[in-house]
Design a protein around this ligand. Structure first.
Ligand code: FE2
Ligand code: FE2
Length: 344
C-alpha cells in the first residue's frame, strides 16, 4: 500500500458497517479502524489521519463527544470529520456541525456517496493546506523584502551621514556617536523598539541640515558671530526638509526638526515646549548635548564628559528631559558607557 495515499480513520462499533466502509475505500486510501470513541482518540494520538468517518451512536462515548475532543487539540483540530449516522433530523445534523463535523453521511449509505464525500473533503483539506503553505511562503518573502529595505535604508542613512561629515571634519563621527548614546539612553528608559529605531535614524542624521551651512562658518575657529549663529540654526529645519519626504512610518524627520528644542520653549526652530516635543527628539537632544560638549569643536576645546554631565544635570527638567538626563548620567557614571560598544 503506497504511503502517499491519504489515511482515513473509520470509527464505528458495528462490524458490518466497518466491513462495508473498508471494502468501499480500501483501493484508494490507507485505512485505520477504531471500534469506539476511546480507541479513536488513542489512534489519533499515534497517527494523523487525513479524514475521519465517525459513527455518531456508539456506546460510552458518542461520535459528537469524540469530535469535540479532536477539535480541542491543535494537532487534530484540522482533520475533517464526516459523521455517519442513522439519525436524520435537523437537530442531530446541527449538533454534529456544532461539534466541528464538516459533513454527514446517512445510513444506510451508498458506496458512491461515501466515495464522493470522502474525495471532496480530502481535496478541500489539501487545498486548505496548500493555501496555508502559500501564506507561509508569502510571509517569508515579505520578511526577506522588509529586511532588504531595512538594509538599504541603513546604507542610505550611512551615506547621507557621511556627506555632511566630509564637509565638517570636526564633527565627523559625531552623529554616529550621538546615535549610539541616544539608543542606549532609550533602551534604559524602556522606550519601544519603534521609538529606538526612530532615535537611531534621527541620531545618525540629526545634523544633516548643516550641508546648507557654509564650511567657513562650520569650521571657523573662535566664537560664532550672531549672524553666523542664526545661520547655523537653520540646520534643524533644513534637515527636516531633506528627510520629510522619505516614506516611513517612523517620525525621524520630525525628531531631527526638534533636536534643538528645549522643554521650556527656549529652543529652536519652533520654540515648542515639553508636551509638543517628541520623546524621540528629547532623547536625541540629551545625547547630542552630552557628546558635543565632551568633544572638541573649532570654537572651543573639548570640555570632557564630567562637564557635559554637569551641564545636562543643571538644566534637567528645564531644557532637557529628566528621564533622559538620568539615564544618560547613569550610563556614564555607573556603567562606564563608551561609544565603541553597543549597549544592551
Ligand atoms: Fe544640531
Ligand atoms: Fe549634533
Amino acid at each position: 500500500m503506497s504511503s502517499d495515499k491519504p489515511l482515513v480513520l473509520i470509527v464505528d462499533d458495528n462490524p458490518t458497517n466497518i466491513d462495508l466502509l473498508v471494502n468501499t475505500l480500501k483501493e484508494e486510501y490507507r485505512l485505520g479502524v477504531a471500534k469506539d470513541g476511546l480507541k479513536a482518540l488513542e489512534y489519533t494520538d499515534k497517527y494523523l489521519p487525513d479524514l475521519i468517518l465517525l459513527d455518531v451512536m456508539m456506546p460510552e462515548m458518542s461520535g459528537y463527544d469524540v469530535c469535540v475532543k479532536l477539535k480541542a487539540v491543535p494537532r487534530t483540530a484540522n482533520i475533517p470529520v464526516v459523521f455517519i449516522t442513522a439519525l436524520d433530523n435537523i437537530e442531530d445534523k446541527t449538533h454534529g456541525f456544532q461539534a466541528g463535523g464538516v459533513d454527514y453521511i446517512t445510513k444506510p449509505f451508498h458506496v458512491a456517496e461515501v466515495k464522493a464525500r470522502v474525495k471532496t473533503h480530502l481535496s478541500l483539506k489539501r487545498m486548505r493546506e496548500e493555501l496555508n503553505d502559500q501564506n507561509i511562503i508569502l510571509e517569508q518573502k515579505v520578511a526577506e523584502k522588509t529586511n532588504e529595505l531595512h538594509q538599504m535604508l541603513q546604507a542610505t542613512i550611512h551615506t547621507m551621514a557621511l556627506t555632511v561629515e566630509i564637509r565638517d571634519p570636526y564633527t565627523a563621527g559625531h552623529q554616529h556617536r550621538v546615535a549610539l548614546l541616544a539608543c542606549a539612553i532609550a533602551k534604559k528608559m524602556n522606550l519601544s523598539s519603534k521609538q529606538i529605531r526612530t532615535i537611531d535614524i534621527a541620531g545618525n542624521l540629526h545634523d544633516i541640515g548643516k550641508i546648507r551651512i557654509p564650511t567657513s562658518i562650520i569650521n571657523r575657529p573662535g566664537e560664532l558671530l550672531d549672524i553666523e549663529y542664526k545661520m547655523l540654526k537653520i540646520h534643524a529645519r533644513v534637515g527636516y526638509d531633506i528627510l520629510k519626504n522619505i516614506p516611513s512610518p517612523l517620525p525621524f524627520a520630525k525628531a531631527v526638526l526638534q533636536h534643538h528644542e528645549r522643554l521650556d520653549g527656549s529652543g529652536y526652530p519652533q520654540g515648542i515646549t515639553s508636551d509638543e516635543i517628541l520623546p524621540e527628539a528629547k532623547v536625541v537632544t540629551v545625547a547630542d548635548v552630552t557628546e558635543a560638549l565632551s568633544s572638541f569643536r573649532p570654537y572651543r576645546p573639548a570640555m570632557g564628559i564630567d562637564v557635559a554631565l554637569e551641564e545636562i544635570l543643571k538644566y534637567k527638567g528645564v531644557w532637557y528631559d529628566p528621564d533622559a538626563v538620568d539615564a544618560c548620567r547613569e550610563l556614564f557614571i555607573k556603567e562606564n558607557f563608551n561609544y565603541t560598544k553597543p549597549s544592551n
